[in-house]
Write a new protein. Structure first.
Length: 73
């Protein structure tokens, strides 16, 4: 998994935990579980690079009526 994708995912999930209006102990426990899962995934994750995924998405956008995760292509 590309490092910037990993880092962004962690930021998004951390933000979600913080916005969940949990108490401090619950928030810390949730962040600890998130960290544990992220580290577990990091050890075994494989697959295409972000650039390869974007290229594939662009190639397929015509079959989605010109739409992609980026909007209209």
């Amino acid at each position: 998994m590309p490092l910037r994708v990993y880092d962004h995912t962690i930021r998004v999930m951390t933000s979600a935990v913080q916005k969940a209006k949990l108490g401090e102990a619950e928030e810390m426990a949730a962040l600890k579980r998130l960290d544990e899962q992220a580290r577990r995934l990091e050890r075994v994750a494989t697959g295409p690079s972000v650039e390869e995924m974007i290229a594939d998405e662009r190639e397929r956008s015509a079959s989605y009526a010109g739409r992609s995760v980026f909007g209209w292509e």
